[in-house]
Design a protein around this ligand. Sequence first.
Ligand SMILES: NC(=O)c1ccc[n+]([C@@H]2O[C@H](COP(=O)([O-])OP(=O)(O)OC[C@H]3O[C@@H](n4cnc5c(N)ncnc54)[C@H](OP(=O)(O)O)[C@@H]3O)[C@@H](O)[C@H]2O)c1
Length: 240
Amino acid sequence: MTQWLPIIIATPPLRRSKAMKIGVIGAGFIGRAVAQLALAAGHAVMLSNSRGPQTMSSVRSGIPGVQVGSAQDAAQFGDVVLVAIPLEHYRSVPAQWLAGKTVLDANNYYPDRDGHIPVLDRFETTTSRLLAEHFADSKVVKVFNAIFDSDINRDARPHGAPDRRALPVAADDATAKAHVITLLDELGFDAVDAGTLDESWRFERAKPAYCVPLDKAGLKAALAAAERTVELPPAERSRT
Ligand SMILES: NC(=O)c1ccc[n+]([C@@H]2O[C@H](COP(=O)([O-])OP(=O)(O)OC[C@H]3O[C@@H](n4cnc5c(N)ncnc54)[C@H](OP(=O)(O)O)[C@@H]3O)[C@@H](O)[C@H]2O)c1
């Protein structure tokens, strides 16, 4: 008589599909945090800064497995390319480097750091719309802007974990947005579709959803509670 033994299938730490190449323009706090997360999930990552790979030996040694290159190298390398630089510099990245690519936009507007951008001060557009106008031949997806760098690796959880955090995602291109939602799931986060780039003001700086750890339901509520011209101080955001 055949004896059937129980087969125990270990749940993988994170869901994986095809390994991707992720280029990162900006090797600062957020670029490095996303790079670590993506490497842990089995993707290949190239980081870059404005000064060149010769300035990145500590980045290379601090993040095992990461590749470094020029910003143009990282743009060329990536199936998707994360742009994570101070917003004031977005026009310094030539649009043709990213033509045809999905661009992950993690950038936020801080007037004290970036200088005043009147159309943003008047709430007439969104930071991601500005990027999309510059990277006119790319598919811009706003993601990773509403989580602190220090939370990225700490809060990532396997698919289905009860305490999994959700992150907001916005894009005009539905296919690119769906790919990024799948990538987020692999990396350890649920996603809430927050609409188009014109609607992405709902999770810009100083909105209820900005950098507050929330599950899907909480994030949906925070996005719905956002008011276009109301900027909350950090203490109120964390209570929302
Ligand atoms: N830190 C966070 O928790 C956080 C969270 C969410 C979103 N964000 C947003 O993400 C963006 C980056 O923030 P961060 O805190 O990571 O900044 P950061 O630590 O100051 O790092 C900025 C990086 O961008 C690079 N850079 C600037 N201009 C560049 C260019 N033209 N080409 C290539 N690299 C360039 C800098 O390189 P050099 O040093 O060589 O100039 C540096 O590596 C900001 O828009 C920020 O608001 C930050």
